[in-house]
Design a protein around this ligand. Structure first.
Ligand SMILES: CCCCCCCCCCCCCCCC(=O)SCCNC(=O)CCNC(=O)[C@H](O)C(C)(C)COP(=O)(O)OP(=O)(O)OC[C@H]1O[C@@H](n2cnc3c(N)ncnc32)[C@H](O)[C@@H]1OP(=O)(O)O
Ligand SMILES: NC(=O)C1=CN([C@@H]2O[C@H](COP(=O)(O)OP(=O)(O)OC[C@H]3O[C@@H](n4cnc5c(N)ncnc54)[C@H](OP(=O)(O)O)[C@@H]3O)[C@@H](O)[C@H]2O)C=CC1
Length: 515
């Protein structure tokens, strides 16, 4: 049987969400490991004043593509951008492009989605559900399509504790919901959103669950594979360790902790931190594309792509390794020395928020105001509190995912493919991975230079000295106020001072005698 790379040779691949975090890694891996792939068609929209072409050019000059660039400097010729806005009717693809895609595409990878937890329901539905529906209908017209691979999330069914590799019945009938929301104005939709999403924490997980149902209902004769990754983190091995380009999920939290801004967060030390490296997810996705095309399973296979059941690691351990990495490799211009603690106790967390977040922010902003600058720390903390408020649900409990299909797929690969498309997370060394992840946030998200680490360490030492001075002044001040008001405190003070004097005289006398 042909290896995975051989199978992708001469194939035309369509990818949505190629400009996103996972999409980029997918494009890169295809170009690097399947150099004979015929064409990679990517659906891209113009954004933030940049044309589609400019965005794609920018994407391909990014460091992620360095290895591919070395192997084949002309790699960009294989990437063919197609203008598309997924929230528009017909995905806003021109008739000529539709013609091109339907006649040549062999495999579709659908990665595009809104992953914001606070997305208004109407927009999340439009992108995560209706766009999926429209893409399926385009796929139905493709004459040479072998497989359609949809990227879902392991948290689509986070209202359950034990999650099998099946598509669960929808919380509401997607078609009925789409029809009803169409005539409602945004205010009404916003009001009824909590009732609609029920026991799911946000519109993201709710609409991703609906998307899976839409796929089940409307796939007809297509060969479907559904990949459900848990919390996707920096790369483990490929194209190099620690690659990450965004603040999503834990990355923003790690950075905030490394900058000394985040001091406390509600999370359970003993809960499994189900992180999965992005290269593992992409390797599994490509292998699933190959398997679905070659074996054409009778029912759509769902792959829970998680680590917790295979090689568990816990939030408490993550906290320890993140802190230790950032102490050894500090971020530049830290606000305070990194020292974040997670706690599952609500009151304790509120106390530390007050003492370690709100109070220092207030003092710092006061200092900025007095020195004629614009206050900013309170605003940063408000944003951080909003983000951690949305993430806490995922860090305070654990889930059990069945991953039989992931094991089955691994057993179907040749030894060579198992190396090239490695998704065996039993080999993952967590402390090493977390260290590379944190360094990755420093290098690739914050664009900080590793050669500036001595200066960053010097800055941490300065912060430590400021803290010692501040604490000493505070202690002396409190004590002075205290002894001015209490006779007992004064007595203790005189007792301690006279004790010190006695010790001093004793040591002086004994040193004089010994001479
Ligand atoms: C040591 C401790 C160990 C314990 C550690 C526990 C970690 C526990 C993780 C659980 C993780 C579960 C993950 C579920 C698994 C999925 O299913 S993965 C899908 C993941 N999706 C996400 O993570 C999206 C979550 N993010 C959001 O919903 C929105 O970004 C937020 C958080 C509501 C913020 O919205 P917003 O206020 O409108 O801000 P937004 O425009 O997004 O960004 C504003 C700025 O903040 C930055 N930013 C965005 N997010 C963050 C963030 N999280 N932090 C800091 N800055 C951020 C942006 O880069 C941006 O910067 P500028 O470009 O302005 O300079
Ligand atoms: N990141 C994670 O931790 C996890 C992600 N997933 C799933 O993986 C997939 C990819 O996630 P990730 O790469 O992290 O997400 P990103 O937010 O990084 O990427 C989203 C992609 O979707 C595209 N997109 C969004 N809106 C539109 C639109 N209206 N028209 C055209 N394209 C659009 C974006 O394009 P543009 O650049 O133009 O905005 C971008 O390419 C998603 O389906 C997500 O649900 C699952 C589990 C965890």
């Amino acid at each position: 049987m042909a290896s995975i790379s051989e199978w992708y040779a001469e194939k035309n691949v369509l990818i949505t969400g190629a400009t996103g975090f996972m999409g980029k890694v997918l494009v890169e891996k295809l170009l690097r490991s399947c150099p004979k792939v015929n064409g990679i068609y990517i659906l891209v929209r113009p954004k933030a004043g940049q044309s589609m072409q400019e965005r794609v050019q920018d994407m391909m000059t990014c460091k992620l593509f360095d290895r591919v660039r070395e192997d084949n400097p002309e790699f960009h010729q294989k990437v063919i951008p197609i203008s598309s806005e997924l929230t528009q009717p017909g995905l806003a693809i021109s008739p000529e492009d539709v013609q091109k895609l339907t006649s040549c595409i062999n495999i579709v990878f659908h990665c595009a989605a809104t992953i914001r937890f606070d997305e208004p329901l109407k927009h999340a539905l439009q992108l995560n559900v209706i766009a999926t529906q429209q893409l399926l209908s385009l796929a139905q017209q493709m004459q040479h399509l072998h497989a359609f691979i949809h990227i879902s999330t392991a948290y689509a069914n986070c209202n359950r504790r034990h999650i099998d590799e099946v598509i669960y019945p929808p919380p509401v009938e997607p078609k009925k919901l789409i029809d009803s929301l169409e005539w409602m104005d945004d205010g009404i939709v916003c009001d009824i959103t909590p009732r609609l999403i029920g026991d799911r924490p946000n519109t993201y997980t709710f609409t991703k669950a609906l998307a899976e149902c839409v796929i089940q209902q409307e796939s007809h004769k297509l060969n479907i594979g559904i990949i459900r990754p848990s919390i996707v983190g920096a790369s483990w091995q490929e194209p190099f360790p620690g690659w990450i380009d965004n603040f999503n999920g834990p990355s923003g939290i790690f950075i905030a902790a490394g900058k000394g801004i985040l001091r406390t967060m509600r999370a359970s030390n003993d809960a499994v931190a189900d992180l999965i490296p992005v290269d593992v997810v992409i390797n599994l996705t490509l292998a699933a594309g190959w398997y679905t095309s070659v074996h054409r399973p009778k029912t759509s296979l769902v792959y829970n792509c998680t680590t917790g059941g295979i090689n568990p690691f816990h939030w408490g351990e993550i906290e320890h390794h993140v802190m230790s990495t950032f102490k050894r490799n500090p971020l530049e211009q830290a606000f305070r020395r990194p020292n974040a603690n997670i706690t599952s106790n609500y009151l304790m967390n509120q106390y530390w928020i007050l003492v370690s977040h709100k109070f220092p922010a207030f003092i710092y902003d006061l200092f900025l105001r007095l020195s004629g600058q614009k206050p900013q720390m309170t605003r940063i903390f408000n944003r951080l509190h909003k983000a951690i408020g949305l993430l806490e649900y995922f860090s305070s409990q654990d889930w059990e995912w069945k991953s039989d299909n992931m094991h089955m797929l691994m057993s179907e690969l040749s030894p060579e493919d198992r190396k090239t498309y490695n998704f065996d997370v039993r080999q993952l060394n967590w402390p090493e991975y977390i260290e590379n992840y944190c360094i990755g946030t420093k290098k690739y998200v914050l664009n900080e230079d590793m050669s500036d680490i001595p200066a960053a360490r010097q800055h941490l030492r300065k912060l430590r000295n400021i803290r010692y001075t501040f604490n000493t002044v505070l202690l002396v001040f409190i004590w002075r106020v205290f002894i001015a008001r209490s006779q007992m405190a004064r007595n203790i003070w005189y007792f301690v001072v006279s004790l010190c004097f006695k010790f001093l005289s004793y040591f002086r006398a004994s040193s004089t005698l010994s001479q």
